[in-house]
Design a protein around this ligand. Structure first.
Ligand code: 9D3
Length: 239
């Protein structure tokens, strides 16, 4: 699978490429990553990527032309390996990301010979005409204000990469399977058995695996009802 980030800050993507499960998946050849800096597709001596908004007002916008050229370069590169771009624009106005959409995007990429192109805005955003021409889908991370699209792009990459076949080891996969039912995770404990006067729930120390499974299920339901009753509604269908 391939990710192509169009970003003024390519080094931010080291956060996914250099650490943990996502680094291991890269080493295993499960995905490839390239960053494309719109600054490299400018033609003026100052390599200008931003400009003032028509109609006035505070802040700057990303110019359409450098982004258009960067996206053309991505498209050309992908055509050479028989891949078509699926262009995701990270934007506060996008559809909030869900695990369902993460899985669908993974499937789109793997089954339709698509590369995910991650268009990351900075400043107040991108010239609307570039978005109209080039963007397939807009994604938000939620209703809070960030400084640009890179962190949401990194979050999406992390969420997809850990779902790629072969990314997780057996223990990690089993753990994930047992909690893919839309409920919150149960509480977890490790040694020591008593810490600052607080004991681990006795059922977890007795080795009765049926009782442990039942306890975990009940705790998941209790936590979900308390902390995220909205999730319980959706999960009810699967119980
Ligand atoms: C504070 C400025 N806002 C109104 C004047 C507009 C605005 C522009 C650009 C707000 C945020 C951003 C930068 N954010 C993103 O590019 C972004 C984002 C986010 O801020 N929150 C949640 N998801 C995303 S995805 C991309």
């Amino acid at each position: 699978m391939r990710f192509e980030a169009v970003t003024l800050f390519p080094e931010m993507f080291d956060a996914v490429l250099d650490y943990g499960i996502t680094r291991r998946a890269l080493d295993r050849g499960l995905y490839r990553f390239h960053a494309w800096n719109p600054r490299d597709f400018t033609d003026d001596p100052h390599r200008t990527v931003d400009d003032r908004p028509y109609g006035g007002g505070p802040g700057m916008l990303m110019r359409a032309e450098p982004l258009d050229r960067a996206l053309n370069a991505v498209q050309e590169d992908l055509a050479g390996v028989d891949l078509t771009p699926w262009v995701l624009h990270f934007s506060p106005r996008g559809r909030p990301l869900t695990q369902r959409r993460v899985m669908e995007l993974k499937d789109v990429a793997l089954e339709q010979k698509r590369a995910l192109v991650l268009l990351c805005g900075r400043y107040e955003g991108i010239d609307e005409r570039l978005l109209a021409r080039r963007v397939d889908e807009e994604i938000s991370l939620g209703d809070f204000v960030l400084s640009g699209g890179e962190l949401p792009a990194l979050a999406l990459m992390d969420a997809i990469i850990r779902q790629l076949p072969g990314a997780l080891n057996d223990a990690e996969s089993a753990l994930q399977d047992s909690f893919s039912d839309g409920l919150l995770d149960c509480p977890h404990y490790t040694r020591p058995e008593v810490w600052q006067g607080m004991a681990v729930p006795a059922v977890l120390t007795r080795g009765n695996h049926a009782a442990i499974a039942q306890w975990r299920r009940e705790e998941s339901l209790r936590l979900t009802a308390t902390l995220r009753p909205d999730l319980l509604q959706a999960a009810q269908k699967k119980i």
